[in-house]
Design a binder for this molecule. Structure first.
Ligand code: FAI
Length: 510
């Protein structure tokens, strides 16, 4: 008996060559409408699936292969005498090979101005059903879902080297593929219904690259992209120069992007171990970078720098003299590229910057599960600040307070940021007590601390941090407020003529 292949593909790329190869191997090909036409047009002999089902394609293609004559032929176990007897009794012939790829749901979703109706019509039903039937019965049926596997499949068929393992791998790929496809559909419906934390949470990622190693050389790692991400994405950033990104590079670049998303004016940020070590804002991007650099010329060594404007030759000349892992910006001028590409090891990344996706959720795995929360999109406007001290901040202090508040949100808790003139001058990150973070920030700022402002990511449980600030010469403080002992901190401020404002919003970052 001739071997039978069932072919039904939306993406018709390379299908003719594959089908021709199958015909040479004496396969009988059964196909659905559009696929059949493609094959016939290329003179590949094939039979319409209607001849197998004895039923016309109905409901505009919603039902074409959903039939026992198809699924019986896919699911029957060859070693099971009873299965084979039932096939004979019902005049069903088994299939040996299934080649299916699905309606382009994702591409439809991404189409501009697409209607809900078109999206729904692009949910493939018959395709996944065939794929799943064949994959379940992989012991007897070979299933190919990815056009990239056509050559390998054909080669194996020619050499008659189809092993159990090979068919199993193809089946495994099918279940990943249908799970990914369904996850995208589930996500679409989640957006439509506005449900936040459904009874099960389905995420899907697609491999962007295998990484050399993870956070440390003994850890394995890969980078997966979100297939539904619109706008800013590190997976689609253009690498213009330098060796492959590492796991830590991607984490740091992400931290830098989150920080830059806070600022509209020309801003530069230097990041080390996912904390900013310097943030500067200026009239030009060169000025901004100079400030970010001067903020901490030691910690920037081996760090990454992200800028929210095109890198020009002036900025490139400054960047060139520092050892940096990555420079990340929306674009680079030709001259800037000529300067920076002289450095073999620096990675240059161009990435269109937009505000980070405010609807997205952050997922952290823990033993036994995952924590999911909305991103920290908290943003305080000037008018929302509550002045709590006798002295109110001056206009200059106010601008620095808002600048420092945006920065402290992105520093690991407990976090204290000292800033002056739209420049961070001291950052205390990740300390187990707040006063410790303040001491680090003050020591970093040294003599610059005098006349600076201070931001704290959470309230002061006691007045010790404010006392440190007064000794350093800090003139204004921004913090959430809400401690039982707020008044103690306010009193210290009033005694020293410090202006303090409350945001009413905390920015823990663990
Ligand atoms: N409904 C069905 O019975 C059915 N059977 C196969 N399909 C899909 O139809 C597509 C191929 O259609 P055509 O050969 O007509 O271009 C494939 O993506 C396949 O997954 C179906 N379509 C969707 O559900």
């Amino acid at each position: 008996m001739k071997k039978r292949a069932l072919i039904s593909v939306s993406n018709k790329q390379n299908i003719v060559a594959f089908a021709k190869g199958l015909v040479e191997l004496d396969y009988e090909i059964i196909s659905t409408g559009g696929t059949l036409k493609t094959l016939m047009d290329a003179n590949v002999p094939a039979v319409a699936v209607e001849q197998v089902t004895g039923f016309p394609e109905i409901l505009n293609g919603r039902v074409k292969t959903l039939h026992p004559n198809v699924h019986g032929g896919l699911l029957a176990k060859r070693v099971d005498q009873d299965h084979m007897k039932q096939l004979r009794e019902n005049h069903i012939e088994p299939f040996d090979l299934v080649v299916v790829n699905l309606y382009p749901f994702k591409q439809t979703l991404e189409k501009e101005g697409v209607s809900a109706e078109e999206i729904i019509e692009n949910i493939d039903i018959g395709g996944p059903t065939m794929l799943r039937s064949a994959a379940k019965n992989f012991n007897d049926v070979m299933v190919v879902v990815d056009p990239a596997d056509y050559d390998l499949a054909l080669k194996s068929l020619r050499n008659e080297s189809i092993t159990f393992k090979f068919r199993q791998r193809l089946a495994a790929k099918v279940f990943r593929h249908t799970a990914n496809y369904d996850a995208m559909i589930a996500n679409y419906f989640l957006t439509e219904t506005g449900e936040k934390f459904p009874e099960s949470y389905t995420v899907t990622y697609e491999k962007a690259q295998t990484l050399r190693y993870g956070e440390n050389p003994h850890q394995e790692a890969a980078f997966y992209k979100n297939p539904l991400q619109n706008g800013m994405s590190l997976a689609t950033a253009k690498q213009l120069h330098g060796k492959e990104l590492s796991y830590n590079n991607i984490q740091d670049a992400n931290a830098a992007l989150e920080i830059l998303a806070e600022y509209n004016e020309p801003t530069a940020v230097a990041v080390k171990h996912m904390n900013p070590c310097g943030i500067g804002m200026g009239e030009t991007i060169a000025e901004a970078f100079q400030l970010a650099y001067d903020a901490d010329p030691i910690s920037i060594f081996g760090g990454i720098v992200a800028l929210n404007r095109e890198v020009d030759s002036q900025t490139a000349a400054m960047l060139k003299d520092i050892f940096l892992e990555i420079v990340l910006a929306p674009s680079f001028t030709e001259e800037a590229l000529a300067v920076l590409t002289q450095k073999k090891n620096i990675r240059l990344l161009a990435l269109e910057m937009s505000s980070t996706d405010v609807t997205s959720y952050k997922l952290t795995t823990v033993h036994g599960g995952a924590l999911i929360q909305s991103k920290d999109n908290g943003f305080i406007k000037e008018g929302e600040l509550e002045a709590v001290t006798t002295r109110l901040p001056s206009e200059k202090e106010l601008q620095d307070l808002l600048f420092a508040w945006k920065a402290v949100k992105h520093v690991k808790s407990n976090a204290i940021v000292l800033a002056k003139g739209k420049q961070t001058i001291g950052i205390g990150a990740g300390q187990m007590n707040r006063v410790g973070a303040a001491k680090i920030a003050i020591e970093q700022a040294a003599e610059k601390a005098s006349g600076s402002v201070m931001a704290s990511d959470a309230f002061f449980p006691m007045p010790d941090t404010v006392e440190e600030a007064t000794r350093a010469g800090v003139t204004a403080i921004i913090q959430p407020g809400g401690s039982k002992r707020d008044q103690d901190s306010i009193d210290v401020c009033n005694q020293h003529g410090i202006a303090m404002v409350f945001t009413g919003m905390r920015h823990f970052k663990h």
